[in-house]
Structure formats: C-alpha cells, structure tokens
Design a protein. Structure first.
Length: 258
C-alpha cells in the first residue's frame, strides 16, 4: 500500500523561531509514534529550508520546496535552482500551485519546464492542478485537469509521471474554508488515474494523487477513505504543529483500518 502523503505548505509564513519550535514538536511526536501508513513533509519558505533540514536530523519527515526555477545556474537574479534544492536534501517540489499560476502568471508550458528540470535531477514534482469556481459550474473540471496534465505528456511522455505526485486542488476550495465534496473529489481523482492509465497502467497505479483545499482535522475523514485519494496538500491547517500532528495522528488511525 502507498503511504498516505501529507504535506504542509507554509506559503509565505514562518520565521527562525517558528521553524525550530514546529520541528521540535514534530520530533517529540515522532519519538512516541512510528508512522506506518503516512509519509509527512513540510514546505517552509526557501529561506528556512536549510535550517529545517538541520533541525530535522533524520526524523521520519522530509522537506518540500514551494517552487523552483527552470534554470540550473547563471544570471537569473532572485531564483533558486533544483541543484540547490537537491544540495540541501529536499525531496519534493510544488509546482503549478494556483497562487503561482494567478499571481505570477505561470503558464502550463512554464510549469511543464519546471516539471522536466525536477524529474531530470531526481527530485519529485508535486504538480498542482484544478479548476476555478466558474469552470466547475460550467462542468469543465475534467477538461481543465486533462489540459494541465497533457502539456507534460506531450513534451515528456508518460514516463515522466513515474514516481510523481499530482495534487488536485480546486482553486475555489483553497484557503476558502470551503472544502470540496469528498465524493466529487474521488470522482475527479479516479478520472485523473484513468487518464494516466490509458497510457501506462503501472504508472497510474503508483501515482500519488493528493487533495488540497481547506482540509483540516474535522473534515478529513471521508476524504481519506476514498480509494483514489492518496494524500493531502494542506495550507492553513498546517500552520501550527499541533494541528498538523492532529491530522497525521488521525490519518494514521484511519489508514490502519483500511
Ligand atoms: C494550498 O494552498 O495548497 C491549500 C490547500 O491551502 P488550504 O489548505 O489553506 O486551503
């Protein structure tokens, strides 16, 4: 069984003290609890990744970066390369998040280049896809998800999705406090897996499909029980170690019964 992958996306939050306290609390928790069903990761801002890596000190949690540049080195002021992320022990890199698509005008083509640079350097992309509320109301969710996947299929082939994570994040559910209907989410995840399986069954079975959008400890239960939901990408509810730990504890318990 695939581990249930829970990632806390801290976005533009945190400071040195926050990082140290948060990781200490996770450490204390992991000293008492071995994770058998979940894999956990946090995505602090770039400035705190190195410190986080030192603080982690081989506990059962890894690190995710919130972004990466498409270039490896050179005159690209303000950017961070995949080699730099690899150098400090990062495992996952989030790309295609709607906040970057919207506020930084990142296109499917640009995101596809990020996907390629991550894969070719041996890290794991978390490709965020999902529709706006208008697109949902117009019944376009599956088309939008397919379009966001297609650009990578066309440029890099199905093999690019081997050992990869897709995070389905309906844009209207992110940060709104209004999570999507878990049965509808299962339906979209099933569609995504089938879409990939038409090209390669084995890759589709191994694909981790996370859900993201206002998940918290009170609404997570039904999501986690769905066959094609293999993890959560969590924003707001990951901003305290206590909440994050409550989610992980609950996920471990539910997963142990499935
Ligand atoms: C996100 O930003 O990826 C996210 C899921 O945020 P939130 O949990 O706050 O909706």
């Amino acid at each position: 069984m695939k581990p249930f992958l829970i990632i806390g996306n801290w976005k533009l939050n945190g400071n040195v003290l926050f990082v140290k306290n948060y990781i200490n609390k996770i450490k204390n928790f992991l000293e008492k609890t071995k994770l058998n069903f979940c894999e956990i990761s946090i995505a602090p801002a770039y400035t705190y990744l190195y410190l986080s890596n030192i603080c982690l000190n081989n506990i059962q949690m890894n690190l995710t970066a919130q972004n990466v540049d498409i270039n490896l080195y050179g005159s690209f002021t303000g950017e961070i390369s995949i080699k730099m992320l690899k150098d400090i022990g990062i495992k996952y890199v989030i790309i295609g998040h709607s906040e970057r698509r919207i506020f930084h005008k990142e296109t499917n083509e640009y995101i596809s280049k990020k996907f390629n640079i991550i894969k070719s350097n041996g890290l794991i992309p978390i490709l965020c896809i999902g529709e706006t509320e208008l697109q949902k109301n117009m019944n376009q969710t599956k088309d939008i998800c397919a379009e966001q996947i297609d650009i990578i299929l066309k440029t890099q082939g199905i093999e690019a999705f081997d050992n990869t994570v897709i995070a389905y994040e309906p844009i209207w559910a992110i940060g709104s406090g209004k999570s999507a209907n878990p049965i509808e989410v299962q339906n979209i995840h099933k569609f995504i897996r089938k879409y990939i399986s038409q090209k390669n069954l084995k890759i589709s079975k191994n694909l981790i499909i996370q859900y993201g959008g206002s998940i918290n400890k009170n609404n997570m239960d039904i999501f986690i029980k769905q066959k094609d939901i293999n993890g959560f990408l969590i924003g707001k509810a990951s901003l305290t170690a206590e909440n994050f730990i409550s989610i992980v504890k609950k996920a471990e318990k539910i997963m142990s019964f499935l």
